[in-house]
Design a protein around this ligand. Structure first.
Ligand code: ADP
Ligand code: MG
Length: 154
């Protein structure tokens, strides 16, 4: 488990960018938190840290956006508008985990029972106007290793 407090959006992006330097193919990052907590901001930092030039936005009509051109491909899901768990299969969500990139998911609760057990749970929560607590919890051997690498990073 890892806990931190950021004081503005830039700090959240910088932390996510640092995490991005440690991620590997097939890693799954779940972003929990209310509307405005900073999930998309965190995803932007991940893209920056992977060296992706295009800016990450909140997709309005698409549930997934692919970003290439960085160290690894980034698949950014925003499941806010997901109708139900069946739609997850139609979307090919589980195929994305096999595609050799990094998968980051906003509103992962929408996946219901089908949440993979190998994952990094990241919870953002407002602690003031511009303060956010960020809690990282690893599930499974690979993501435990990822969190350890992040903790040991200078
Ligand atoms: P979500 O995707 O969770 O709905 P967004 O990332 O789209 O949230 O929006 C978060 C908003 O909060 C942005 O306008 C961002 O600039 C602002 N913000 C203020 N402080 C922070 C912080 N410490 N971390 C992340 N975002 C912050
Ligand atoms: Mg968002």
């Amino acid at each position: 488990m890892m806990d931190l407090l950021t004081h503005n959006a830039k700090e959240t992006r910088a932390f996510a960018a640092r995490l991005a330097t440690q991620v590997q193919r097939g890693d799954l990052l779940l972003l929990h938190g209310d509307l405005g907590a900073g999930k998309t901001t965190f995803a932007q930092g991940l893209a920056e840290g992977l060296g992706i030039a295009a800016g990450v936005t909140s997709p309005t009509f698409t549930l997934v956006q692919e970003y290439r051109g960085g160290r690894l491909p980034l698949y950014h899901f925003d499941l806010y508008r997901l109708g139900g768990p069946d739609e997850v299969f139609d979307l090919g969500f589980f195929d994305y985990l096999e595609q050799g990139g990094v998968v980051v998911v906003e509103w992962p609760e929408r996946l219901g029972e089908s949440l993979p057990t190998e994952r990094l749970d990241i919870t953002l929560s407002a602690a003031g106007e511009a303060e956010r607590t960020i809690t990282l919890l690893a599930r499974g051997a690979r993501h435990t290793q990822l969190l350890t690498a992040l903790e040991e990073q200078a």
